[in-house]
Design a protein around this ligand. Structure first.
Ligand code: GLV
Ligand code: MN
Ligand code: MN
Length: 420
């Protein structure tokens, strides 16, 4: 379990990046899985949020927490046509250091860079940290941005529970956010003139487009959703239950895993993953009474994704019937495909000399894109590995990312860029 350790130590060590990166390095380490466990409103997340507020304060930025627990730091008074940049601070379980925090650190450093350049913004600039982007605690990805744009019923969001039974409402309350206020924030959304999220690249599409490019521009995100499949059978003794007497829910659960692989093989470009599975009660010498299987599927538009899930479930149901088990399905989330603002994307790609590439990863930028002109910048990830401790980007590429973000913001903050 050591290959990631060197990577984890080799956070960008020097220069402007080093200090901020070192601040974060020790927060929320996942002792069990390696990497980080930072989840919406947990202790590590609250520490990271305090750190962000302090960094904003040092830069003379006014901070606020919005009604959905997202953090904002303002250069200039909040007002119309604001240019917004940022990302998230939470991680997946055992996640890497870069997914999320790189966009937040780069946003802070871009402010420093713009000030060094003597830029005087013609419109407000806001830095944002969206809450619980990964859905690692409450199961729903992009919780904060989803609530902001009204893509989830606030009551349903408040009721979501983590593995310990703590609700979103309770977690928000503990973080000092009044859960009763959670929900769509049309006024805030209408005040955003443009949103740009910088992120480490996940996968290998940037390298495929141009192996020499340190920076890419995001063109689109594929539709993606999460389903919880609950298979119920008969809990029993592993040693005394004859094969003909078993109703073992693990068999259809395994069937669902294999069906997912079979189905995507027939659909080029599609991906399906079971990264989480929970047998109840979970004993080596116990036939489970039920098994929860979480299925993540991504393909084309929402209808394409749902069609694949139907195929997978068709096979899983057949397995459940053969085993004499019951199978129920709950869709936890669905996010349709998005195309980022074509004019902004083309302009950035040309100005930064960065190829435009699609991604299979979800982002808060994907939630904002249907509402405000949105773009993404990707920083080269040599291995493509993400959502794992080995996730990594070179310091030089991160600094190139900061400059590219500063260039992007400088263009958007110029008087001639402001719509009249
Ligand atoms: C989040 O990063 C996701 O793509 O699931
Ligand atoms: Mn992620
Ligand atoms: Mn992310």
């Amino acid at each position: 379990m050591t290959p990631h350790t060197d990577r984890m130590r080799s956070h960008p060590p020097d220069g402007r990046f080093g200090g901020l990166w070192a601040d974060l390095a020790g927060i929320g380490r996942d002792a069990l899985r390696g990497g980080y466990a930072r989840h919406g409103f947990d202790d590590a997340d609250l520490q990271l949020r305090e750190w962000f507020v302090e960094q904003a304060r040092r830069r003379g930025l006014d901070t606020e927490t919005d009604r959905n627990g997202n953090l904002w730091a303002w250069w200039g008074s909040p007002g119309p046509n604001a240019v917004v940049t940022g990302s998230h601070l939470d991680s997946v379980p055992g996640g890497g250091a870069f997914d999320g925090p790189l966009g937040v650190v780069s946003a802070l450093l871009a402010v420093d860079e713009l000030r060094l350049r003597g830029v005087r913004p013609a419109v407000p600039l806001a830095l944002v940290c969206f809450a619980e982007e990964e859905g690692g605690r409450f199961g729903l990805p992009c919780l904060g941005s989803r609530l902001l744009v009204g893509a989830i019923d606030p009551d349903a969001a408040r009721r979501l529970r983590d593995g310990d039974g703590i609700s979103v409402a309770d977690a928000m309350q503990r973080a000092g956010v009044d859960p009763a206020g959670a929900g769509p924030d049309p006024q805030r959304l209408a005040g955003i003139g443009a949103f740009v999220e910088l992120h480490i690249e996940q996968g290998r599409l940037l390298r495929a487009a141009d192996p020499t490019a340190a920076i890419g521009v995001g063109s689109s995100i594929v539709a993606h959703g999460r389903w919880r499949i609950t298979v119920s059978g008969q809990g029993n003794h592993a040693g005394t239950t004859a094969p003909r007497d078993r109703h073992d829910p693990m068999i259809p659960a395994a069937g669902a895993v294999l069906a997912a692989r079979r189905v995507i093989q027939a659909h080029p470009g599609a991906v399906a993953t079971v990264g989480r599975l929970q047998p109840i009660p979970g004993g080596t010498n116990v036939i489970a009474s039920s098994v929860d299987v979480w299925l993540d599927v991504r393909h084309g538009a929402a209808a394409d994704t749902s069609a694949l899930v139907d195929e997978i479930l068709h096979e899983a149901r057949a397995e459940a019937e053969l085993e004499g088990c019951d199978l129920r399905v709950h869709r936890e989330s669905m996010t349709d495909q998005v195309t980022f603002d074509p004019a902004l994307t083309m302009d950035l790609s040309a100005r930064l000399g960065a190829p435009a590439v699609p991604t299979g990863a979800g982002h808060d930028a994907g939630l904002l894109a249907p509402h405000v002109p949105t773009a993404m910048l990707f920083v080269r990830n040599p291995s493509g590995v993400s959502h794992a401790p080995d996730e990594y980007a070179e310091t030089q590429d991160c600094l190139t990312g900061v400059r590219a973000l500063a260039d992007t913001l400088e263009g958007l903050l110029a008087p001639e860029a402001v719509p009249r």
